[in-house]
Design a protein around this ligand. Sequence first.
Ligand code: F6R
Length: 592
Amino acid sequence: MCGIIGYLGKKNAADEVFCGLQRLEYRGYDSAGAAVLSADGKISVVKKQGRVDNLKPYLKDIAGATGIGHTRWATHGKPSDANAHPHVAGGIALVHNGIIENYAELKSALEACGETFLSETDSEVIAKLLSKNFKGDLICALAETVKVLKGSYALMAICEGNNSIAVAKYRSSVILGYGENEYFCASDEPALAGKCKEICVLDDGDIACITPDGIEIYNGNLQRIIREKKPNTGAEQSLDLGGYPHYMLKELHEIPVAVENTAKAFEGVSAKLKSALNGVDRIILVGCGTAYHAGLAGKRYFEQFARVPAECDTAGEFRYKNPVITERTAVFAVSQSGETADTVEAARLARGLGAKVIAVTNVLNSALTRIADVTVPVSAGPEICVAATKSYIGQITALYLCAVGFAKNGSNGNCAFADGLEAMPKLCKKTLAQVNTYSLANMCALSSGVYFLGRDIDYAVALEGSLKLKEVSYIHSEGYPAGELKHGTLALIDENAVAVALIFDETLAGKTVCAVEQVLSRGGKAAVITNVESVKKALSGRALVLETCACGKFLSPLVSAIAVQKLAYETAVILGRDPDKPRNLAKSVTVE
Ligand code: F6R
């Protein structure tokens, strides 16, 4: 959700900013821009609608060793050159990630004083305020400006005639990076991986001033404060496609390693988790989008393995429903990025109400990990494709292990339900090689809508299959409990519709086959993704049967998810979509 980057050093700032923007592009690709301060203290700005690469030809025109940049996911104002950041007012250029909730009233007040605006953004209001408050000291102007802002912001600003970058943060993340005679600031840690020796994570309300002499950090009253520096251990995120045509396909092939590494990393936190969950009698899982779907699988694991009441909510709903929480409640906040605004705020709320908060995330040092009592790492590695694939499967792996661990410690637990995870990396590899989704992808590409059906844990994956398909192919899709189709949605089934049933639980297979029969008898096309032999016999010749390898019911989401992810990828490619950067979307949704 918008990525921002700043550089101050001795190198060409435009190149450094461009490199940072490429790494941050998954946060938005509606427009990109950069502002550079030249040696004679002048600011030059370039900004273009569209992807970061569009900036490249213009960067040679802006020279200097201090700069800031922005890649945008549009919230206020359509994607356009004018709405692209940086926004300039007076001699100040500013980039912003977040949302200013009171921008309309601030804008009206500025307009009443004769200010005119070039963009429809909330961010330009901040640039105007900064310029108005500037009396020769950028940090003082910034401290004054943020006092009137309501909402969320990560801000970076440069000012003509002053070699510094001013930074402010509230509810949108900012990381500072310390290199050899050079300094960085960025929206997230992966953007700085491999760039500097040490990093420091700013807290809400912090203001930082980066100059050639170093970085000073202040509170809102401009009193100096110290924030802990940490070694920058992040592995440099390779933008290399490794021979694959898309990151989505590359990341699908990284799933076996993600499962293996997540299981290994769990060993390091299981004791801490055990002690945090001591006495817990209720589990709530929260997340957004794909992470919410992982939570739905997690809910089943906790219920089935530990026989503990478990609920799963989208983080945005959880926040506003006045949730029932006691100190015996554990809230698992699931998030690839650890920065999703609703998930972070849900975790903060739960913590405030006395719950134990467990972060299940792919990004250590993210906002979520700073709120949580315990972080359970999803060690999927950097995920560049906007559509989550390996991180989803890593989340399911992590939640599975958490539930098994919890069951082992409890009195009601029944770990006999749980299948061994050890074989899963191999099974995932086999599934990637064997499951053939190409014919089904062609069928989906020609369809008017695709309905994913499943029962119990298959339903959790059906929801994810539907999300993945619509997200990367733009085909209408819904995920349904197999038993629900006949209660209304069956009216949408005709010869142009496709139903995809997931059947991985032998005991429920007959019931889900009935739902497939209902689709076939209304002239719809149907496919099943299954490892249940009887399903193949019942439907072969009438429905497309995609066989996957055998595995226990509770680990089947790892296998069925790979199949639906591959299906979504192939459908997108058949339709000529870019699966890595679906329209209108961004990874890491840091606005509410
Ligand atoms: C879909 C997808 C999104 C994210 C959601 C939450 O492929 O990636 O639905 O799952 O935006 O993001 P995180 O997991 O970073 O909190």
